[in-house]
Design a protein around this ligand. Structure first.
Ligand code: NAP
Length: 333
């Protein structure tokens, strides 16, 4: 990792990615947020990871999305991020929104997974330590746990806000009826839900049915994850699986067998539409994820500064004709 001192771009908010309010909250999120699930762990290129954080901040990307189990091994993304934060961003903490989550398996035994108060609070304490922070901006329940009463999970989130360890709470991947209950409980606790985090991309549109309308009705924000379907919505898998791609790594979440000939045929047709728009497929896929105004931000994962630049440039063309939306829709289902 470099030891040089980073000086942020003084024009970062003039020439920025732009912002949308998160639901009915006053909190603004950048249209593009940066996710640290892959590419920021111990197994990854530390120098490139650091450069991506600088590039993001220099372009007004103020929101960094983490979770306890991000990175290989688990926790290493928070640890690496914490080091760079302390060394290079300590004067800029008030310009950053830092999110973390607990809900998936993190450590051994009965208290390192799920939605119990024990797990969520212990996990947030660990995350704060790894990131060397006093508080996070958003603390999420990473998934619904049917084995824990919702009052307990939501109570743990609310208490972390009341103790000043998180500023806002969020939920991720909850089924619609459980999200509705969670919103009610959080409201009663005096800590309304800020945001719902769900998967949304050209290939995965389930949230359009219930989750997005509910969030909108309740004034809760929505942030999309995996807008590129983990990289499938780019031109990289058109001619096989390149070395160093997520599908090629043994530790990546995208499996080679997901890149089927049927998927590649769809990607190829989407790529043609993107070319007609003068965009790369990744750019068109990101722009598409933002085409509904209820989507407040999309979280991209990138493995290089070059990809992040490509993604920032996607924002130059966010509009779609009805015909384009129809043709893309035909290929997405
Ligand atoms: N709440 C949840 O349960 C949940 C689940 C998943 C993700 N998330 C959040 O969402 C974030 C993003 O998820 P994701 O990483 O799956 O997002 P994604 O943006 O769909 O996929 C990221 C991958 O796409 C490729 N890519 C990115 N930009 C590209 C470009 N311009 N051209 C070509 N390829 C490009 C890269 O693949 P290569 O590595 O192959 O280069 C990158 O690693 C995560 O970091 C995390 O913060 C949350």
């Amino acid at each position: 990792m470099s030891h040089s001192n980073y000086t942020p771009n003084p024009n970062r908010y003039h020439d920025s990615v732009g912002y949308r309010n998160c639901g009915k909250s006053g909190l603004k999120l950048p249209l593009l947020s940066l996710g640290l699930w892959h590419n920021f762990g111990e197994v990854d290129d530390a120098e490139e990871a650091e450069k991506m954080l600088y590039f993001a901040f220099d372009h007004g990307i103020t929101h960094f999305d983490l979770a306890n189990n991000y990175g290989t091994p688990f926790g290493s993304a928070e640890k690496n991020f914490g080091k760079i934060l302390k060394d290079q961003f300590s004067s800029y903490r008030d310009e950053m929104i830092i999110s973390t989550k607990a809900g998936h398996e993190m450590w051994e035994g009965p208290y390192g997974d799920g939605g119990s108060r024990k797990y969520l609070i212990a996990s947030l304490h660990q995350s704060l330590k790894r990131m060397k922070l006093d508080y996070v901006d958003i603390f999420y329940s990473h998934r619904y746990d049917p084995a824990t009463p919702l009052e307990e999970t939501m109570g743990a989130l609310s208490d972390m806000v009341k103790q000043g360890k998180a500023l806002y709470v969020g939920i991720s991947k909850y089924p619609e009826e459980k999200a509705r209950e969670a919103y009610r409980i959080l409201q009663e606790n005096g800590t309304p839900c800020l945001i719902f985090q769900g998967k949304y991309n050209i290939f995965t549109r389930e949230i359009e049915q219930e989750v997005l309308p509910l969030a909108n009705e309740q004034g809760v924000g929505f942030i999309a994850f995996s807008p590129l379907a983990q990289g499938m919505l780019s031109n990289k898998y058109l001619n096989g699986i390149p070395e160093n791609s997520r599908a090629a790594h043994s530790y990546g979440f995208l499996q080679k067998n997901q890149i089927t000939p049927e998927v590649v045929a769809k990607i190829s047709k989407l790529n043609d539409i993107a070319e007609q728009r003068g965009q790369t497929l990744a750019q068109m896929a990101l722009a598409w994820s933002l085409h509904k105004p209820e989507v407040n931000s999309v979280i991209v994962g990138t493995s290089s500064v070059k990809q992040l630049q490509d993604n920032v440039d996607a924002l130059k063309n966010l509009s779609f004709s009805d015909d384009e939306l129809w043709r893309i829709g035909e290929l997405g289902v």
